[in-house]
Design a protein. Structure first.
Length: 258
């Protein structure tokens, strides 16, 4: 009998020690907390904001995701993908507190590159992102791989998601023509358009580090240099001071890197 009592006492002590040392399970984070953690870890633009501006940015991300679906096509959409899409949408228009996107309802994520007719197999799969037209109106299509690369790669000058959202901003006046009338005061229109034509000639001549794709049209030039502006603002200011100033006038105060 004493042996049994001793054994029970030992088991009781072990049970007490076990429950005393056991760590409580971690509290489950809310969606807003998950989003904020992703912003803090990956979005340089967000990291450089004041605490008040961070609150406004995070609220804008939540508001965007409440109105715009992010849907995977043969790929899984994770919280980081949703936050990256929303951040790419908010960064160019963050200075404009009352801005609301009106021409997008859904973002489709494909695993990697795709073709102009949205195919994920066969030839011609060289598209990284695009804004839909016709039957695909109000829809954006992005490569999930490129979406992530745009934020993971801190040394590059490209961000496909920002590029496509800039196209939407450009299109707000009815024309995707490189002149974002929704953001650009009329007084800046002439110098901006003159600079576009000047820099496109320099890109075609290979005299600049701007992505050659920007020389294909005025609209693509605006989208390409906007990526550059948000990804590497200090480098752009050093290499292209006039272009930097014009873009800063358009996007003020969006001068932090992505």
């Amino acid at each position: 009998m004493p042996d049994i009592i001793t054994l029970l006492a030992v088991l009781l002590v072990l049970a007490i020690v076990y429950f005393a040392l056991r760590k409580p399970p971690p509290a489950r984070q809310s969606p807003a907390e998950v989003q904020r953690a992703i912003l803090e870890e990956h979005i340089t633009f967000y990291q450089q904001l004041s605490n008040t501006e961070k609150e406004r940015f995070a609220a804008a991300v939540r508001r965007f995701l409440s109105k715009v679906r992010v849907t995977g096509v043969n790929t899984e959409v994770e919280p980081i993908d949703e936050v990256f899409v929303a951040a790419a949408a908010i960064i160019p228009i963050f200075a404009f507190k009352d801005w609301e996107y009106k021409d997008i309802n859904e973002v489709l994520l494909y695993p990697v590159h795709f073709s102009k007719d949205f195919r994920q197999d066969g030839d011609g799969r060289n598209v990284l992102g695009m804004v839909g037209t016709g039957a695909m109106e109000d829809i954006m299509i992005l490569s999930r791989q490129e979406l992530r690369n745009g934020f993971f790669n801190k040394t590059g000058r490209s961000n496909t998601a920002i590029h496509e959202f800039v196209h939407i901003i450009d299109k707000m006046d009815g024309d995707t023509d490189g002149w974002p009338e929704a953001l650009l005061p009329y007084a800046y229109a002439r110098p901006w358009l003159q600079h576009i034509y000047h820099d496109i000639r320099r890109v075609r001549a290979g005299k600049t580090d701007i992505d050659p794709y920007g020389a294909t049209s005025e609209a693509e030039f605006f989208a390409v240099v906007s990526e550059y502006f948000f990804k590497q603002p200090e480098r752009m200011q050093d290499k292209h001071p006039e272009l930097y100033k014009l873009l800063n006038d358009i996007f003020t105060p969006g001068t932090a890197g992505v």
